[in-house]
Ligand binder design. Structure first.
Ligand SMILES: [Zn+2]
Length: 59
C-alpha cells in the first residue's frame, strides 16, 4: 500500500533561493523524514535551509 506523506518538507537553496521538495526517507512504519537534495538543481550549490527556518534566517 502506497503511503503518501501528509506534508513535504521544503528546503531553500541559500545561494539562489530556489525551493526544493525534500526527499522522503522511510524511517519506520508510517514515518518519514525529509532530506535536502545533494545539490541545487539550479545553481549546483549544496547549502540548504529548511523552509521553516528560512523565515528566521532573514531576521
Ligand atoms: Zn541554488
Amino acid at each position: 500500500m502506497a503511503h503518501v506523506p501528509e506534508s513535504v518538507e521544503l528546503f531553500v537553496c541559500e545561494s539562489c533561493q530556489v525551493t526544493h521538495a525534500g526527499t522522503p526517507i522511510h524511517v519506520e512504519a508510517g514515518q518519514h523524514t525529509f532530506e535536502a537534495p545533494d545539490a541545487c538543481g539550479s545553481c549546483g550549490e549544496a547549502d540548504f535551509v529548511e523552509l521553516s527556518d528560512w523565515v528566521h534566517y532573514h531576521d
